[in-house]
Design a protein around this ligand. Sequence first.
Ligand SMILES: [Zn+2]
Length: 212
Amino acid sequence: MKESKRHQNASNQKETSDERNPFIFLGGNLALDLVNTEYIVRGKRADRLLTPVDATQWWEMAQQMYSQTIQHQESRAWSEQQVSALRRLRQMLRDLFETIVVHHQAHENQIEELNSLLRLGSYMLEIGPEGNFSAHYRMRDLQGSEVLFSIAWAAMDLLTKQELGRLHACQNKRCMVLFYDTTKSATRHWCSIACSNRARSLQNYRQTKNAP
Ligand SMILES: [Zn+2]
C-alpha cells in the first residue's frame, strides 16, 4: 500500500504515451526528458524525435512541463539541421547520463559539447534597485540554438546542483527511461507505475511457476 502510494507520487507526471501524445515526461529534468524521447514500445526501441514536426511538438510540451525553469520562447519552425543537432545532443546526453548511472563519474570529452553550448551565454553583473549586486547568466546571440542552450543549462544544473546518486535508469529491463529520483526516501526504482506493475507481475509469475 505504502509502496504503491510512493510510486503514484513519483509518477504524477505524464504516465504513458499514445498516438496523439507520443512524449513522456518522467525524468524530472529537461535534459533527461530529451533523452526519454527514445523509449521501448512493445519490446522495440521507438524514436519520437525524427522530424521538424516532432521537435516542434516535443518542445511545446517541454516548455509547459518545465515552465518554471525555462523562459518561454516563440514557437518557430524547425529545420532538418536543427532536428539533427537536437538528436546529436540527445545521444551525447544519453551516453553521459548512462555512464554516470553505472560508474558515478564521466570523462572530460563527454562534457565538451555541453561546454560549447554553454559558451553561448555568459555571466553578467547587475545592480538592483537598492544598489545590490547580483550575477545573472545571459544568453548572447544564440543563432537559433536557444533550445539546445536551455537543455545544456538543465544538464549543467542536474550535474552540479543535484545528487547524482539519485540519477537512475528504470529497473525494468525492458525500459530505457532515465529519471531523477525526487522521493524523500530516495527509493524510486521505476520510471512509472506501469513499469513497477510489470516488474511485480513478472515476479509473481516466476514465484507461481517455481512453486512446488
Ligand atoms: Zn520504466
